[in-house]
Design a protein around this ligand. Structure first.
Ligand code: PRP
Ligand code: MN
Ligand code: MG
Length: 188
């Protein structure tokens, strides 16, 4: 490949694997929320979860539950490659979530700091329930245990990019997940 693809050392999760996994997750989340009063309120954690939200919502919609979507933007990494542990709200919820069945849609659980902070934040607003669906998880990196009910893929503790995951804001648009070549780090 050339351009952005040439910066990738190897692909670890393909586009097709992602598509299949999202369908499985949607099926489970739908089944677990059968009869949930008011349907499901998806809360997307921008920016990383943007791709997952778009594909997951469409997959979930095919299983029939009533859906609404909210977007929060929070950041704990900034420009670095390790979590600072300091979570900043860049964009808050637009609506009240009291009594709602909330599903947080997150791309990855790494240290767990972002999600553990967000779970507490949303739980303090009296929803009927809060669950997490995370497409990726780095089990070796966990610093804080977060009850993540739905997880797509466990992956190695390497810095990966694509499908929403960035390095210094780049590579989010890749349709697969890959490991960056070391020389790409050195360059920036
Ligand atoms: C990344 C990722 C998760 C979080 C996971 O977001 O999208 O939200 O870090 O890391 P943690 O489990 O160690 O907290 P980031 O803060 O880089 O913002 P972004 O989504 O805008 O890239
Ligand atoms: Mn994020
Ligand atoms: Mg990031």
């Amino acid at each position: 490949g050339s351009g952005r693809d040439a910066d990738i050392e190897r692909v670890i999760i393909t586009e097709e694997q992602i598509r299949q996994k999202i369908d499985e997750l949607a099926k489970q989340v739908s089944a677990d929320h059968a009869g949930a009063e008011g349907g499901i309120l998806l809360v997307c954690v921008l920016k990383g979860a943007v791709m997952f939200m778009a594909d997951f919502a469409r997959a979930l919609g095919r299983y029939g539950p009533q859906l609404e979507m909210e977007f929060m933007a929070i950041s704990s990494y900034g420009q670095g490659t390790t979590s600072s542990g300091v979570v900043r709200i860049l964009k808050d919820l637009d609506r009240d979530i009291t009594g709602r069945h909330v599903v947080i849609v997150e791309d990855i659980v790494d240290s767990g700091l972002t999600l553990s902070w967000l779970m507490k934040y949303l739980q303090s607003r009296s929803p009927a329930s809060v669950e997490v669906v995370a497409l990726f998880r780095k089990p070796d990196a966990i610093k804080v245990q977060v009850p993540t009910k739905y997880v797509g893929f466990d992956m190695p503790t390497e810095f990966v990019v694509g499908y929403g995951l960035d390095f210094a804001e780049r590579y989010r648009e890749l349709p697969y997940v890959g490991v960056l070549k070391p020389e790409v780090y050195a360059r920036s």
